[in-house]
Design a protein around this ligand. Sequence first.
Ligand SMILES: [Zn+2]
Length: 106
Amino acid sequence: MALTDCPSCNKKISDKSTLCPHCNFAVGDASSEDILRKQNLQKFHRKQRVQNQSLVAMLLFITGFGFMYWGGTQPGDLQHNLAIMVSIVGFVWYIVNRVRLALLKR
Ligand SMILES: [Zn+2]
């Protein structure tokens, strides 16, 4: 008995089983075209999720940056440090999401 990846949820299932025990995907009934379509859809959703995240990250960065400059705080203030932290987190998160997106596109 060999293990194979479920085309729907990508969990390990037996290649003998016709129904995925994790997501009830009918493996036996799926033609390769069905599987491809499902995988493309999954990829699309994943890409969208990453794109949404990178948008949030960019907003974080802009908010933190804007607050740092126009928030009326002085360097050393708690708010100033917080703003720097928020913009750094946003920036790093954005980069991470760009990398993830690049990896998904391959
Ligand atoms: Zn499954």
